[in-house]
Write a protein that binds this ligand. Structure first.
Ligand code: ADP
Length: 257
């Protein structure tokens, strides 16, 4: 059997395994099921006092005005988005996104963590894809990860907001083809690639909000924050893009600051 056919065989085998059997091959036994990741609505009500201390800035408002929310969907969408603090490789969900490089060769940061937890066949499958351009995304199996699929996207290294938006859009576009109902994103490009964290979060949340307003099949988009700075940013900006209280941020209404 060639190495290439080995990944194909294993990929299909794992994708068709009953869950209890699949759990035996995870490299991390402390995996996290979707039910243990609170939706934003619940997370907010549990931590309301703390979260409300995270206030947006005037620059946040300027960036926020680039989207017009369909506020009739606020309540429903707050149940379909989450902030998760920790290691993305632990999530037992349909897809996790990898902040990959354009050669799709295992690197550092979240990419290294994903490859370590998935095992060497992930690299074998990546090798068959012949790289991935910046702003695009490609899908592989998850192998020894709790997640079924890994979506590899290549973030910009030059601070291009358009390319970063495209990363989020291209990943979400795979929803139908792979029947993805739950997906987790790391903070793409904000590590080694140096994209400003706050602007990156605006782009991520705007793109997720737009997607969820028109797509009814994605049950949960999880923003996986790893660095404390991103935890604080997402707690601030989720209040804008996924408002819990009806009086907040309706249809771009002005907000006092
Ligand atoms: P990029 O090259 O796109 O900047 P990095 O991997 O350097 O990608 O960083 C992207 C983000 O992923 C950073 O916020 C980093 O802290 C975070 N990160 C690193 N390891 C993990 C992990 N195991 N799970 C989730 N996020 C992670």
């Amino acid at each position: 059997m060639t190495t290439q056919s080995k990944w194909k065989v294993e990929k299909n085998k794992i994708l068709n395994m009953p869950l209890e059997e699949k759990r035996k091959i995870y490299r991390n036994s402390d995996f996290i099921v979707l039910d243990r990741v609170d939706p934003w609505s619940k997370f907010f009500s549990k931590n309301e006092k703390e979260i409300e201390n995270f206030k947006h800035t005037l620059d946040d408002l300027t960036e926020f005005q680039k989207i017009k929310l369909d506020s009739s969907k606020n309540k429903e969408l707050a149940d379909r988005i989450s902030i998760f603090q920790g290691d993305i490789t632990k999530l037992e969900i349909d897809a996790i996104v990898n902040a990959a490089n354009s050669r799709l060769v295992a690197g550092g940061g979240v990419d290294g963590a994903i490859h370590r937890a998935a095992g060497s066949l992930l690299q074998e499958e990546c090798n068959s894809l012949r790289g991935c351009p910046t702003g695009d995304a490609k899908v592989t199996g998850g192998y020894n990860l709790p997640s079924k699929y890994v979506i590899h996207t290549v973030g910009p290294q030059d601070g291009s907001a358009k390319a970063l938006q495209s990363c989020y859009e291209k990943c979400l576009q795979y929803q139908q083809e792979y029947r993805i109902k739950s997906i987790a994103f790391p903070c793409i490009s904000t590590g080694i690639y140096g994209f400003p964290n706050r602007l990156a979060a605006h782009i991520a949340l705007r793109t997720a909000r737009k997607f969820l307003e028109t797509n009814e099949d994605m049950e949960r988009i999880i923003f996986c924050t790893f660095m404390p700075v991103d935890v604080d940013i997402y707690k601030t900006l989720l209040q804008m893009y996924f408002p819990i209280h009806a009086s907040n941020y309706n249809d771009g209404a002005s907000v006092s600051e």
